[in-house]
Write a protein that binds this ligand. Structure first.
Ligand code: HEM
Length: 465
């Protein structure tokens, strides 16, 4: 048993110092590494941004190893009410005045109803996912090829935003945005709306003396996005008629259901694809042409022996492709910060010590350190494409991107990602579509505001066999 090391510093000064260290002076990884080294512990106290004046209480207990981290999944031990974005919660004015599913604890009756609705949506539209992904991402690759031919390079980000939004709205709601008054404005509206919500924990790359006192210190007033959000609302309200009827049967008013569908599609899904797709491409590109050749062979063989069709069954016959997707989730989990408040006094164990946590204290896990824990994974810092092939599948219980082990499933009673299977499916589809079309590719990599990657293609080599 050990006392939790670390402290929160002086009021105001401590939280601001930690925020500057986190965003600018040290950066995310070094912020945690340096403190873990100083305290000789993977569990310690610190402040998490944004802090003053957005958060009233930025104090957290940081968890950085694979043993202590999973306490955050145990909803008998932690409360997940209003902690989706961390120690602050964006204004509900950004979501029609409602607390959305992601912010609800499973003990709240609405959690059950709303999660049921998302399960219903995904289930009822499942047959549309593979064809709509093919259609949207074929357009994306055609766009990139043209740009590459014209300029010598092609940025993935903007094309991915359009492709992801078109895919999601066509697959989940059967509506093509360009056939409506929303046109191609969806992605840019969503990005602004996301900035209003998670600006306090983003780095845009402006000078820090400008960015920190504005973006991280005060909220952007919600009314500034009201008109744009209304356009999204009208689009989704019209697109989701039958889902809204189902919502009423579950006991959820249509308006509240619609705000939840917007959030699930635009924040959870679009936001996830925006972070994860470039990240996965970055890692696959970095593994080089030898991996690309193996993937191309595996993917094409499985599809050819399935009458040329991409199906779930065909993808099951692609063990390397599946492992590559899991490895990308392990090495860079797209939602890296997880929070939960201790429901009662608890003992938390790291590999080396046990710690007493008091009721009401905020626990915070930095997931990339839990999924790169060297006590669990060999060569933990390396992208090992076939890590989860064969015997390696046993390690999948330590892949945690969905707010739970990869070997477990979302339920009405837990807080695991409602879209887990859908996410694994569309991520696999990206790799499959890529290697059906190309033998290999090269990218340049830059930084992006949420700590992910920004990817620019410098070559796309068309399939030669
Ligand atoms: C790459 C894509 C995605 C990632 C990385 C991701 C990750 C996560 C994580 C980490 C959580 C838990 C957050 C927390 O409570 O601390 C979560 C919850 C959730 N996700 Fe996902 N997600 C993705 C895509 C999706 C999709 C496609 C949907 C639905 C269409 C979805 C719906 C949800 C919902 C509804 C919750 C709240 C679950 C609950 O309250 O029980 N997510 N997701």
């Amino acid at each position: 048993m050990r006392e939790i090391p670390g402290d929160h510093g002086l009021p105001l000064i401590g939280p601001i110092k930690d925020r500057l260290d986190f965003f600018y002076n040290q950066g995310r990884d070094l912020f945690f590494q340096s403190r873990a080294r100083k305290y000789n512990s993977t569990v310690f106290r610190a402040n998490m941004p944004p802090g003053p004046f957005i958060t009233s209480n930025p104090k957290v207990i940081v968890l950085l190893d694979a043993k202590s981290f999973p306490v955050l999944f145990d909803v008998t031990k932690v409360e997940k009410r209003d902690v989706f974005t961390g120690t602050f919660m964006p204004s509900t004015q950004l979501t029609g005045g409602y607390r959305i599913l992601s912010y609800l604890d499973p003990s709240e009756p609405r959690h059950d109803q709303l999660k049921r609705l998302i399960f219903f949506l995904l289930q009822s539209r499942s047959s549309h996912v593979i064809p709509e992904f093919h259609s949207s991402y074929t357009t994306l690759f055609q766009t990139l090829e043209k740009e590459l031919a014209y300029k010598g390079k092609a940025s993935f980000g903007d094309a991915n935003d359009q492709a992801a939004f078109n895919f999601l709205t066509r697959a989940l709601f059967g509506t093509n945005p360009s056939d409506t008054s929303l046109g191609s404005d969806g992605p840019s509206i969503i990005q602004k709306w996301l900035l209003f919500q998670i600006g306090p924990i983003m780095v845009l790359g402006l000078p820090k003396f400008l960015e920190d006192p504005t973006l991280h210190t005060f909220r952007i007033p919600a009314f500034l996005i009201k008109k744009d959000y209304r356009r999204l609302y009208d689009f989704f309200y019209h697109a989701s008629g039958s889902v809204l009827d189902e919502a009423v049967r579950f006991g959820i008013p249509k308006e509240e259901a619609c705000h939840n569908l917007i959030f699930a599609t635009c924040f959870n899904s679009f936001g996830g694809m925006k972070i994860f797709f470039p990240s996965m491409l970055k890692w696959i590109a970095s593994a080089g042409v030898k991996l690309h050749a193996l993937l191309a062979e595996e993917v094409r063989e499985a599809v050819n022996s399935n009458d040329g069709k991409v199906t779930m069954a065909a993808m099951e016959k692609m063990p390397l492709m599946k492992s590559v997707v899991y490895e990308a989730f392990r090495i860079a989990p797209p939602v890296p910060l997880q929070y939960g408040k201790a429901k009662r006094n608890l003992v938390i164990e790291s590999h080396d010590n046990a710690f007493l946590v008091k009721e009401g204290e905020m626990l915070f896990g930095f997931q990339p350190f839990a999924t790169k824990d060297p006590k669990i994974f060999e060569r933990a810092e390396e992208f090992v494409p076939d890590r989860f092939v064969g015997e390696g599948e046993k390690l999948l219980k330590h892949v945690l991107w969905s707010n739970g082990p990869e070997t477990e499933n979302p339920t009405l009673g837990n807080k695991q990602c409602a879209g887990k299977d859908f996410v694994v499916l569309f991520s696999r589809l990206l790799v499959v579509e890529l290697f059906l079309r190309y033998d290999s590719f090269d990218v340049e990599v830059g930084n992006s505001p949420l700590g992910g990657a920004s990817v620019t293609f410098t070559s796309l080599h068309k399939a030669s066999f």
